[in-house]
Ligand binder design. Sequence first.
Ligand SMILES: Cc1cc2nc3c(=O)[nH]c(=O)nc-3n(C[C@H](O)[C@H](O)[C@H](O)COP(=O)(O)O)c2cc1C
Length: 515
Amino acid sequence: MAARRLSFRNITALAPMVRVGTLPMRLLALDYGADVVYCEELIDIKMAQCQRIVNDVLETVDFVAPDERVMFRTCEREKDRVVFQMGTADPDRALTVAQLVEKDVAAIDVNMGCPKEYSTKGGMGAALLSNPDKIEAILKKLVTGVSVPVTCKIRILPSLEETVSLVQRIEKTGVAAVAVHGRFKDERPRHPVHCDYIQAVAQAVSIPVIANGGSLDLVKTNSDIEKFRKATGASSVMLARAAMWNPSVFCNQGPFPVEKVMEEYIKYAIRYDNHAFNTKYCLCQMLRDKVESPLGKQVQAAQTNAEISEAYGLEIFYQEIQQDLQAKMAALQSSNQPNKPIMDGDVTTMAVKFERRDYPPQITPKMFLLEWSRKEKLQQPQYETAQRSQDRAFQSTVTVANKKYRSSLWLFAFLGSISNREKSKKFAEQASAIVCLRVLGVPEGRIGEEDSGLVCKRKREGKPNCSGEEGRSKKLHVDILQEAEAPDPTVEMNGDEQNPATPPKQAEVLREAPS
Ligand SMILES: Cc1cc2nc3c(=O)[nH]c(=O)nc-3n(C[C@H](O)[C@H](O)[C@H](O)COP(=O)(O)O)c2cc1C
């Protein structure tokens, strides 16, 4: 198959790193100048069970496990630069996974260097180094089976000769490059890197060799990357820890102060709905010795991306992105299909949002629902509101005539005071009332609503009624009770009206006279 070629010659790469190499870190590394970014190692068995799902809201492609965990999330921006690294010991399974992801990534890499027991006991990672036949079988299968370049990442073997001869064998499989972590299988990250081994390999093969292992003592700044490349004679350089501590090391003016870099990281984490624990883990790596500082403690205590953004003063950014994503979700739902009710257990749901500007002042869907219930001689609607722990968003369920209704959209809390939180809760209740009214086919009081049947009239003399029109006094009067648990912050008051803290217990509505 003709390969779509990503060049591994003369590049700087973000190394594969479990937990670190998720989408936010990869995009940040690209922003700072990395040419190629590797994802964290993903195990073939888990990936093979994943479903590829296009996420139109986040504009990502997600590979989702049966338990709904997103194992791998990628996006258009990195499509030509991201290398998918897998852990495997099985050529067929490796091919299945490679074929699952190949159209969304730039290359496929096989991890042959991980010395951890969870890898080696399944014959993966560094265990492969003592099984060159298996290496050959996996790589050949991949090279002939996918349309993107295939690479692998190894550790060095006990002698120069063994290392060189293994890489020569690997080269013959048709791989596009080989990354060499210049440490033996039993060496820890604190041990010095063996540049001479990498150099010997680079001289012995004609495919690009990517030098790795220089973070601790050799690469501190951007200019050190070139020194490491020269010291190893390799074509390219791959950085793990130096980039994990501060990804701006990829920038030729870098590294920049890590505080700024962390903010950029959090923005990507919010934008791409990164798992909060993963966000936290990466921030703790960047905080390094400051992890016990007041900021570090705040990060460690955070349970959600919302709490993390508060620690960095990014709550407004967080809110804006959440609102954008919700709006996009609602727009997608209404463009894909009419917003039809969907059953969620015993609750009827619709993707509905309460927009204050869609209703006249003093008029709310809750009022209309209450009025309708009274007319139908039903019990007063009962609202129950839940708050989601990870981002404090609200969702309300209303029970009317023993049936439950709710909006499937969560409402993100307005920031700031307690009264704002109360307002958010009320907006969530209004959304549930809208769902109920729409499902029942009852008017909800929206401006311009056709055949609304119910129109509000202001109680005070001489004021226009709530639909903005005067002189509908000929119409039939219907009483409407303000919700029992007033004040309702979603009801707007004009300056000359009574204190919003004590809205009227009763408001009058007019019903259009039948013509
Ligand atoms: C947090 C962390 C996670 C890692 N995960 C992986 C991995 O998923 N796949 C892999 O091939 N190597 C992994 N490694 C090893 C690195 O890719 C790299 O080989 C090693 O850290 C040496 O490079 P450095 O000196 O630039 O840190 C990981 C290293 C770290 C620090």
